[in-house]
Design a protein around this ligand. Sequence first.
Ligand code: LLP
Length: 422
Amino acid sequence: MTHFRFIDDALHCEGVPVQELAEEFGTPLYVYSKQQLVENFRRIDGAFAGTDHVTCYALKANSNHTILRTLASEGAGADAVSAGEIHLALRAGFDPAKVTFAGVGKRDDEIEYALGKGIFAFNVESLQELEVINGIAGRVGVPARVALRVNPDIDASTHPYISTGLKTNKFGIDISVAVEAFRYAASLPHLRVEGIHTHIGSQILKLEPFEQTARTVVHLVRELRSAGIGIHHIDFGGGFGVTYRNALRHPLLPHEAVNPADEAPPNDAFIAAVLPVLKEAGCTLVIEPGRSIVADTGLLVTKVLYRKDNGVKKFVIVDAGMNDLIRPSLYNAYHQIVPLTLRQREADAVDVVGPVCETGDFFARERMLPEVERGEYLAVLTAGAYGIVNASHYNARLRPAEVLVNGEKVRVVGERETFDDL
Ligand code: LLP
């Protein structure tokens, strides 16, 4: 995250002090760096240079319109998981021929909508879904391009809620029956079987599960070819992990202990690890990164409302809550938290908590934090992915506003809500 850094002890997003943004636009506030976004996309997409490929950004990570427009203008494709996301992608200028449609529970109207828009492919998750898509495609007279999502039963070693490639997960078609499933798909008159899809999970920090998946998929392509079923593309999914700890380092920040297992390899290392294997299949490659493109593109700024010490614990109560960023509450996820202004001061172990009426409404527990004061601002780092998209009105709280910084320029890209939005 090179575009968020301390300059003269003040946190900046590109050329703008984040404190100025908090004062002008209020809190809770998501702040995004355009340059970080573009660099992340180019680094990942560039790792495929010389290979026929499409980098389909997973909209679910952050579907802010300006972020989408920026990625579309960089030539990205889109990975959508609902008709709503297809609509957002097309509205932002993504080429329909680069839009994939995933998800275990596509409704009939969503399938018809996607067919009408001429998307690249449906990533199909069950035999029954194949039949339904075939039926709808026949009725509307538009053949459907499909890829079958296979579940390789590979452990991605990530949080169980975001592991998707195990037999016990709801996703995909079991690898052991994949060849028969492809045969069946090829027999349906209104389908064009074009690809294999896999996605084994999110926030994956090890290379081995990806390497194993790549080998499994390439083996399947060969098996299918011998069975007379040609495969045009491999959609390898997303899931490349990012580093949440020590995202920012500074002598005036408390040191955060890091288990080496929590450190993510650079994004391009994931691709470098699988590319030589995937290339053997001679197919077009599709990937669907979400987090690795937007996570370190954004942070959440919040204001300290109160401090409280009950003799057992010290609390820092802030004006953002689990309704603004749910990851710590939902996955016990770690996000580094820093004051916007650094100076020499004592550090203490505190719980950083929000105003929502749940004990699970926290951003950090027993975290070493410099002693902060009422009215001071804090930044919750690496919050660009799965942040605003999961924001809700819980407790009748308004969702945060969003600004995008580009050099010295600042743009409101998500208006602050009012009571009329409730
Ligand atoms: N493709 C498919 C089919 C997916 O299900 C996902 C994410 C992605 C691509 C993008 O994965 P990424 O590159 O972002 O890891 N809310 C959770 C993450 C849920 C991920 C769901 N699927 C979190 O905050 O960690």
